[in-house]
Write a protein that binds this ligand. Structure first.
Ligand code: DO4
Ligand code: MG
Length: 293
């Protein structure tokens, strides 16, 4: 069961979409209200959705025709890093200008007990499906990072899964790891969507296929695939560290790290179209725009 947030006759609305593609209107206006209500009633979001849609007629139309909005206005988006071998190797390349001869802090964090977790975005900096992600004006090496996103309630329980794009500047981060916040956080540097798959309806979150494609001038420029089975960490391990001595807000999203990195010579350009697909969640599509001052 997936939850979408869309515009209907000028108003935003939620709907549940079952595996047959049938859509059912939900009374809650947004996903935050849905998880809050489920918490108050001490039932799972899935139970609440099933109770709310029981006996209702399916909506006409198909998800592909809807004007989708960001599925959750996450108060905070956090991200884990260097959780896949591919990411560790890419960071080592950036940080050593390709020398790859000495042990780096990326090697260390990959094997350490404590994972890398950083602050990525706020609701105001995050765009939704079909939205425009923006490039930084002071970077010449920018890439999307396709990631599985965990949607958490205030107690740190995973209530759903979504797709995230952790837009990143490889040159800024590679120059000095202390520049990480600038390599990761700026206007429209994060996107989420197109839907939230309710956690209880995912058979095995460690076996989800992730595919990323970047189109330039209508032609595919880059494609990559990976599987969440390649993740070095467990989701509970990541959420446990995020919650340590921290207050978690309802609807926080935790991105779980990238496993797909474009070839080293590739950098995003205005006009590019980014597609990120994850099994059972859908395809997140975003358009790249140049820096806007
Ligand atoms: O160490 C920097 C960031 C890593 C990251 O964002 C990732 O692995 O996805
Ligand atoms: Mg990342």
């Amino acid at each position: 069961m997936r939850i979408i947030h869309f515009v209907n006759e000028g108003r935003s609305q939620l709907a549940a979409v079952n595996d047959e593609g049938q859509m059912f209107a939900l009374p809650q206006n947004n996903f935050l209200s849905l998880i809050q209500e489920a918490d108050e009633k001490q039932i799972s979001p899935l139970e609440l959705v099933l109770n709310s849609t029981e006996g209702r007629e399916a909506l006409s139309g198909q998800v592909e025709q809807m004007q989708l909005l960001v599925p959750i206005e996450a108060p905070e988006v956090w991200a884990a890093g260097v959780t896949y071998e591919r990411s560790r190797d890419a960071r080592n390349y950036e940080a050593t200008e390709g020398r790859l001869d000495a042990l780096t802090f990326y090697d260390k964090v990959y094997d350490a007990v404590r994972p890398e977790i950083f602050f990525k975005s706020t609701a105001a900096r995050t765009v939704g499906p079909g939205g425009e992600v923006q490039l930084r004006s002071d970077s010449v090496w920018q890439v999307p990072e396709p990631e599985l996103g965990l949607v958490l309630n205030a107690k740190g329980r995973i209530v759903g899964y979504t797709i995230g794009n952790d837009m990143s500047c490889r040159d800024i981060e590679g120059e000095n790891p202390l520049y990480l916040p600038q390599a990761k956080v700026w206007k429209r540097s994060c996107s989420l969507g197109p839907a939230i798959r309710l956690a209880e309806t995912v058979d095995d979150p460690y076996n989800l296929q992730i595919t990323s494609r970047i189109y330039r001038n209508g032609e595919q420029a880059v494609e990559g695939t990976a599987n969440t089975g390649q993740l070095k960490r467990k989701f509970d391990e990541l959420t446990e560290f995020l919650m340590r001595d921290n207050e978690l807000f309802e609807g926080t999203v935790l991105l779980t790290g990238t496993c797909i990195v474009p070839p080293n010579e590739f950098t995003l350009a205005p006009g590019d179209r980014i597609e990120i697909e994850i099994t059972g969640i859908g395809t997140l599509v975003n358009h790249v725009v140049g820096a806007v001052s």
